[in-house]
Design a protein around this ligand. Structure first.
Ligand code: OAD
Length: 268
């Protein structure tokens, strides 16, 4: 995983929000194979801060000091004490919002086939989504660096840092650190989903971390329509994406789902 580009500010036209919501719903209702790519922004309304921008985690923590595999291996105590402890607290308390629930509803309607998420919070699964590719792994599970034993993060007592397995090995989260590769199965499945879809909803990602940010490009090159839902433009805006619904994900998805259900009255 690596960060490669900075945001270019291109906002498509002066289209009214109501029109954007309707257009997005029309694309969704007529899609035969929709895929979503989600990022930290989709969980902001669930109380989890994003990584970048104002109030983002990387304002408080230098990612190279707390989220790089070398930093973890050199000083797991520090990374657990200062970063992972806070992550655990946030993730255990959070609940899915209307954007997670909306995507689960689209899967239930048979429209959305897969979610590719960069998030490690498990909120898509909590919302009821079944086909979720965890591109950057998840924080719900830990694995021992020595024997590979896995256990759930909620069951771990953080009185002693770093947490250790019965074998004495240190536990690491099952997520992808900077400097590590994407799990091959997740990468393969994501590339396949991106090349198969006719519509990709790109929700709450700054689209500057690779290779996840390349999934909309693959989808576009394969003929799909790309729609972003994000209060801010991204490097995809006006280049790879056809529409930017410039709104908070939960608020936008609530309206989009109402409109999709109006367009597809026969579907339960
Ligand atoms: P970022 O923090 O880079 O970007 C969050 C995006 O969400 C920004 O584009 C915001 O404008 C947008 N946003 C903020 N509030 C929103 C809301 N209510 N609704 C919709 N969008 C909103 O997060 P990611 O793109 O997910 O990797 O970052 C990619 C990867 O970089 C992460 O997976 C993480 C990080 O380093 C790991 O550490 C494993």
């Amino acid at each position: 995983m690596r960060e490669v580009a900075k945001v270019a500010s291109i906002i498509p036209g002066n289209i009214r929000m109501e029109t954007l919501i309707k257009k997005t719903a029309e694309y969704i209702a007529s899609s035969k194979y929709a895929v979503a790519l989600t990022g930290a922004g989709i969980s902001v309304e669930s109380g989890i801060p994003p990584f970048r921008g104002k109030g983002g985690l990387w304002e408080k923590f230098d990612p190279m000091e707390f989220a790089h595999i070398d930093a973890f291996m050199n000083n797991p105590k520090k990374v657990w004490e200062m970063f992972m402890r806070e992550m655990k607290g946030m993730l255990v308390e959070s609940k899915p919002n209307d954007a997670h629930l909306g995507l689960a509803r689209l899967e239930e309607l048979g429209i959305l086939k897969t979610i590719i998420t960069q998030n490690v919070d498990g909120l898509h699964q909590s919302a009821g989504s079944k086909d979720v590719i965890e591109f950057h792994g998840n924080f719900a599970w830990l694995r021992c660096l020595e024997c590979g034993h896995r256990c759930q993060t909620v069951d771990i007592n953080l009185d002693h840092i770093p947490p250790r397995c019965d074998c004495g090995g240190i536990y690491r989260p099952d997520c992808v650190f900077f400097g590590e590769g994407i799990p091959p199965n997740e990468l393969d499945r994501s590339q396949q989903a991106a090349s198969q879809c006719d519509l990709m909803l790109v929700i709450g990602t700054s689209a500057i971390v690779q290779p996840s940010a390349f999934m909309p490009v693959i989808a576009k090159q394969s003929g799909a329509t790309i729609i972003e839902i994000n209060p801010e433009p991204t490097p995809l805006t006006g280049t790879t994406s056809t529409l930017l619904v410039q709104e908070k994900a939960g608020k936008a998805m609530r309206q989009i789902i109402t409109e999709v259900e109006r367009l597809l009255p026969g579907k339960k």
